[in-house]
Design a protein around this ligand. Structure first.
Ligand SMILES: [Zn+2]
Length: 442
């Protein structure tokens, strides 16, 4: 009896629970069915469900983003317009062909803001921002014309500097410069030249820029086409790791080539007279640069005592004259720096160039001057044209060479010496070379 009673009671309880559950289910289902089930076709039958499953379409309640029909039901209210976001954040890259201002404009910054921001960044960075630099931009709420004003901008013009602009209450930009700590370590890379140096370098993980710099550096000492497959490249590249986690391969510092059956090459980047150059460690004793004649023309008057054609008395002719026609281009006899370009009394229009060993060449009676004082020129660069300015009877080039402050016969000077290192500079150069030679490859 007890057992039976227990069973009955159990049933009753179970029945009550069941009724309660169904009631909740019905109540819960009612509002949804009113909103969704107005079109019976939206509920797929077994065949349709199989078709959809085969096509990879699942129901929205399983989080699907696709469906056979995706329409808003009556429960969805359409807004008249999308609300404006308070600000927009975007990322731009400085273009290859144009600068920061143009890149900002492309990203949607107004012309005025773009120019003002670019000017402020240039001043803060101390120069133009190079192509490829990432710029994080924040635009504010659209103004009257529907354009969003520039609110803030952050970029890294260099790996050790971050610049942030923020619009102030006054409408202009405040500039914040933040230094980023950078650790510089030299990295040595070595390997076999194989079929070609460039691809061998790239294969060893050297950047395209460093590989090109390497070829240019050793090209100053060897014919790159004659490098053998068993020759080994040996270079040191600056590795820069900034505090914010960015790692960059920096400049090429040392370019070496260990050659089989030929002399090795060791080139080191070095600053000479404020200018960074590749110096050949094997030729530190000095390098002669053969001079060229400034014009290809007949020499009409040599160096020495002569009767002056205009002044009509014997005097020293401190240079040589070339009989060239008016307008003939005049070339720099050797690399150097223009120390004068302008009128020089009887010499007329004159250019003077100081070469690295102190030798000065001068070019007179010129028609046109095409270089300014302070300009660095390479041998063969056109510095102006032949004319007849100053004390001159007709178009010709009067060419002088001065050494030790005195005019010498240009025909006796075949070459000038390229700057060499001596004393402390030479010791520093050798120490650096030893430092790189001792670096482990890796
Ligand atoms: Zn002369």
């Amino acid at each position: 009896m007890r057992e039976t009673g227990g069973k009955r009671r159990g049933w009753r309880v179970a029945g009550g629970a069941l009724a309660l559950v169904s009631g909740v289910a019905l109540m819960a289902a009612a509002p949804f069915s009113a909103a969704l089930a107005d079109d019976g076709a939206d509920v797929p039958g077994p065949d349709m469900a199989a078709e959809l499953a085969a096509a990879g379409v699942s129901s929205a309640d399983r989080g699907a983003l696709s469906g056979r029909r995706m329409v808003a039901g009556r429960a969805v209210t359409m807004l008249k317009a999308a609300p404006e976001r308070a600000f927009r954040e975007l990322v731009a890259r400085v273009g290859e062909a144009d600068g920061l201002a143009a890149s900002l404009r492309r990203a949607g910054v107004t012309r005025g803001d773009a120019q003002a921001a670019a000017d402020a960044v240039r001043a803060a960075a101390g120069g133009p921002v190079h192509a490829g630099t990432r710029v994080d931009i924040r635009l504010g709420k659209p103004g009257g014309g529907g354009m969003r004003p520039l609110e803030a901008l952050t970029l890294k013009p260099r790996d050790d500097l971050s610049v942030t602009l923020e619009r102030t209450a006054a409408g202009d930009f405040s500039v914040r410069r933040e230094a980023i700590g950078v650790t510089v370590t030299p990295l040595r890379v070595s390997g076999r030249a194989g079929d070609g140096l460039y691809w061998a370098l790239r294969g060893a993980g050297v950047s395209a820029r460093a590989a090109q710099d390497y070829l240019k550096a050793i090209g100053g000492a060897v014919d790159v086409g004659e490098v053998g497959a068993e020759d080994r490249f040996d270079l040191v590249i600056e590795q820069r790791a900034s505090q914010d986690g960015e790692a960059n391969a920096g400049r090429l510092l040392y370019a070496g080539l260990d050659r089989v059956g030929a002399s090795d090459v060791e080139m080191l980047q070095w600053s000479v007279g404020g200018e960074t150059r590749w110096l050949d460690a094997g030729r530190l004793g000095g390098e002669a640069e053969g001079m060229i004649w400034p014009v290809a023309a007949r020499i009409s008057s040599g160096f020495g005592m002569r009767r002056h054609p205009i002044l009509r008395y014997k005097r020293m002719h401190k240079g040589i004259d070339f009989a060239a026609t008016r307008g003939t281009p005049i070339q720099a006899a050797a690399d150097g720096v223009v120390i004068r370009s302008g009128r020089a009394g009887g010499y007329g229009n004159q250019v003077r160039i100081r070469h690295e060993d102190g030798t000065v060449t001068s070019y007179s009676h010129m028609a046109r001057l095409s270089v300014a004082a302070g300009t660095r020129v390479a041998q063969g660069d056109v510095i102006g044209t032949v004319g007849s300015t100053g004390l001159s009877t007709g178009p010709h080039l009067h060419y002088e060479v001065h050494q030790g402050g005195r005019a010498v016969d240009p025909r006796g000077v075949g070459s000038v010496q390229r700057a060499t290192l001596s004393g402390e500079a030479l010791a520093a150069f050798k120490a650096r070379l030893e430092e790189y030679r001792a670096l482990p490859v890796g």
